[in-house]
Design a protein around this ligand. Structure first.
Ligand code: ZN
Ligand code: ZN
Length: 273
């Protein structure tokens, strides 16, 4: 494991980090904080999958585990006081369940909420490996459904930024032609609401072998003045800050000069390295 501090990470934050409470990640907040300090990251943010009021699926914390989540992040803050540690949730946007996100927002002092679309309106997870067989030959329909919901997620006003914009490409299936036709509605929604998006480096580790989102999305977002974050979507300690050099290079080549931070839902900006 690399323990030196690459200069490219020094002014960066990583706000999309999971914990074992979601049942598909390893590494407790204190372990991530140790790694963040070793990497020289400026800020660390936790964003585990949001609990639901009822048993819902097998990849998120239960509601009664929320206090443990807050406690584990407090432990990391106490162990690494030199590191700014933010706390949020990666919230699944589900139509007609917006009231639940509002309730969650009032449960503690969050720094940020990430809005994600994993569930299509048709009721299945677009990124779940158990459904990979549904993608072949269906990319056009799946992308249309996904981006409709993604735009609603942005316009819900529930979130500080939205996650992994072109997630349906995860397994390598993409519709034919210029994909900007899918991005346009969401870019407009981001510009109109002032909500940010992330470049998520997890795509580099998936079959699509590409950052989320594609260059054309980043270019259009930059032209529309949409704020940007760079996050790893870590589900293990050694993924923290992974792929950040590629993400910074993409952001800069599209004209971005800064990344966004959040504290108590208030946005600020830090120049890109
Ligand atoms: Zn996850
Ligand atoms: Zn996600």
């Amino acid at each position: 494991m690399q323990t030196t501090s690459p200069p490219s990470l020094r002014s960066l934050s990583d706000y999309h980090v999971h914990t074992p409470l979601c049942r598909h990640a390893t590494g407790w907040p204190t372990e991530f904080a140790e790694r963040a300090v070793a990497l020289g990251l400026d800020e660390l943010g936790f964003a585990d999958h949001n609990p639901m009021p009822e048993p819902f699926d097998d990849w998120r914390m239960l509601l009664e585990e929320l206090p443990r989540y807050l406690e584990e992040v407090e432990k990391a803050r106490a162990a690494y006081p030199q590191l700014a540690i933010r706390i949020g949730l990666e919230c699944d946007y589900l139509e007609r369940r917006e009231g639940w996100i509002e309730k969650l927002a009032g449960m503690t002092k969050w720094d940020f909420f990430i809005g994600s679309v994993h569930y299509l309106n048709e009721g299945w997870e677009v990124d779940h490996p158990k459904y990979v067989g549904r993608h072949a030959g269906q990319a056009e329909e799946i992308w249309a459904s996904y981006w409709r919901t993604y735009e609603r997620c942005i316009r819900s006003g529930l979130f500080d930024f939205v996650a992994h914009p072109d997630l349906p490409k995860k397994f390598g299936f993409r519709p034919e032609g210029d994909l900007r036709r899918f991005y346009d509605g969401s870019i407009t929604a981001l510009a109109e609401t002032g909500i940010a998006f992330e470049i998520n480096t997890a795509g580099l580790r998936k079959d699509c072998r590409e950052l989320y989102p594609a260059r054309e999305f980043v270019q259009a977002a930059q032209q529309a003045g949409v704020p940007l974050l760079i996050n790893s979507d870590s589900h293990a300690v050694d993924e923290l800050g992974a792929g950040f050099a590629e993400a910074v290079a993409l952001a800069k080549s599209c004209g971005y000069t800064a990344t966004a931070r959040f504290a108590a839902h208030k946005i600020s900006f830090v120049p890109l390295p």
